[in-house]
Design a protein around this ligand. Structure first.
Ligand code: BG6
Length: 488
């Protein structure tokens, strides 16, 4: 791996503490950081290098999957860290930053490869990119990369504007857009599983698949993010990015030989073939919901509109189910159901593939015990793959009995999403980052839904916290003779 300077904007922020420092530390312990590495943390606050390092150490103690047990190791890690005050609008601060980076590059004999990680609000992306360009921070003789977090725009137009701003300073191949769902180990496994298993490849089509269910349920509510969430909602916060990424990863058909360009090309094709909903058809295919008071794990919780910072008249959605179709050779006719919600009964991200039952006779008694074959990918909180098959129940002759073939990684020390993604960014591997084409197509697809919500063309159904969402979400599947699997 080439030597790298990691320039972190927002170094005193929450994401840096919870995710970025723990990820870097774990990569360091696993010897997956570039051997020559320097980190410059940037923030508005005055901090000495020592107190910056103490904060980093503390966040590793609090949030890392591995605790900092070895003081020598920790010291070696922290030695790479420096801090500099930066006001995003102040040009001189970028000059000062440039001098510090160059000084460290000289001191550590690093090639001038620079990775700019923007762990700040998207409203600052454009200004920072401009200043990187103007100050000459990015025009050294090495490579430069820009790593950014969602949200990438608020709608199609703002995403386009943002992309235009960024592309003045960075080429597409230099931009790494993080969607942390793409870093989840099971999501990364999907690509290999679907590519390298002839058994799966053979049945990955409408001849065999009855429907696909993709769920990302959370038990948390709006938390302390009222200001952000109330003008974002589940559609923008989860659906446009994470859920559509899961859909692409699951349904793309990769050829035998593939690389990151192929993955991105095939993902893009999925979105291009996704049947567009007209604004007037949204209410027939999309359910929107908002949680009301209820009980989570035995504890009473308030409804969305009683959360601090949320207006009592808010119509913002905290839940969405959509029924979709991919109009291509493989998927035509297979309903795809996507659901995500806050304050749901359990925290669970999973994909269920329900297979058709061509041998089941209509006349066959319903209580013969036979169930559809199901292939389940549990993405979080636990990783698991299971396949439901039918066998005979020796106790009750004549009846079928479902069995589950189960796989879960017994290796508990699984890297977290951010470790995988930051490692890939160091390597310059864009496979598990969102390409602009995907982001743009995803915004285009949700556009009519945003409009329909805005114009109140879709009813807002209230659901009690701690449930599986509004009954209308179940009814949507029932229209096709389906139901959500594993809802208790
Ligand atoms: C974030 C959303 O992108 O993903 C949050 O902004 C959500 O609202 C989170 O809680 C869920 O991530 P995970 O990894 O816990 O499923």
């Amino acid at each position: 791996m080439e030597s790298t300077t990691f320039v972190l904007f927002g170094a005193t922020g929450d994401l840096a503490k919870r995710k970025i420092y723990p990820a870097l530390y774990n990569l360091f312990v696993d010897q997956k950081l570039p051997p020559s590495f320097s980190l410059i943390g940037l923030g508005r606050r005055e901090l000495t290098d020592e107190s910056f390092r103490a904060n980093v150490e503390q966040s590793i103690d609090m949030f890392s999957r591995r605790k900092a047990k070895n003081p020598e190791l920790m010291e070696n890690f922290l030695r790479k860290f420096r801090y500099s005050v930066l006001n995003i609008d102040r040009k001189e601060d970028y000059q000062k930053l440039l001098r510090l980076i160059e000084h460290r590059e000289e001191e550590l004999r690093l090639s001038p490869n620079r990775m700019f990680y923007l762990s700040v609000g998207p409203e600052f992306f454009g200004t920072i990119a401009d200043n990187i360009e103007e100050s000459g921070l990015g025009s050294a003789n090495g490579w430069k990369r820009l790593v950014i977090e969602k949200p990438f725009g608020h709608d199609l137009q703002s995403a386009r504007d943002l992309n235009q701003k960024l592309s003045k300073a960075f080429a597409e191949h230099e931009i790494f857009r993080i969607d942390h769902y793409l870093g989840k180990p099971m999501v990364q496994k999907l690509e290999a599983l679907l590519q390298s298993n002839p058994v799966l490849r053979a049945i990955w089509a409408n001849d065999y698949i009855a429907n696909v269910q993709i769920t990302a349920n959370e038990t948390v509510g709006v938390e302390e993010r009222a200001g952000y969430y109330d003008h974002t909602g589940a559609l923008r916060d989860m659906f446009q990015n994470h859920m559509l990424q899961l859909l692409m990863m699951l349904t793309m058909h990769l050829p035998n030989k593939s690389n990151s360009e192929m993955v991105r090309f095939k993902k893009k094709m999925v979105l291009e073939n996704l049947e567009t909903l007209q604004k007037q058809d949204v209410s027939a295919n999309v359910i929107r919901g908002q949680y009301k008071a209820g009980t989570i794990a035995g504890k009473p919780v308030v409804g969305y509109t009683s959360e601090p910072g949320i207006a009592s008249s808010s119509l913002n959605e905290t839940f969405i189910t959509a029924r979709m179709q991919i109009d291509d050779f493989f998927w035509r006719g297979v309903p795809i159901y996507i659901r995500t919600g806050k304050r749901m009964q359990e925290k669970s991200t999973r994909i269920v593939i329900e297979f058709k039952e061509p041998f089941k006779k209509v006349s066959q008694a319903n209580d013969d015990g036979q169930v559809p074959n199901l292939l389940v990918f549990e993405i979080s909180p636990n990783e698991r793959i299971s396949l439901q098959l039918n066998t005979r129940d020796p106790q009750h002759s004549g009846k079928f009995k479902p069995i589950q073939i189960d796989f879960h990684d017994s290796h508990e020390d699984v890297p977290e999403a951010y470790e995988n993604l930051i490692y890939d960014a160091f390597q310059g591997d864009p496979t598990f980052f969102a390409h602009w084409d995907e982001v743009e197509l995803a915004w285009s697809w949700v556009h009519p839904i945003l409009e329909a919500f805005q114009e109140n063309l879709v009813p807002l159904h209230l659901y009690a916290a701690g449930t599986n969402g509004p009954a209308e979400s179940d009814a949507l599947l029932a229209e096709n003779g389906h139901h959500w699997w594993f809802d208790s």
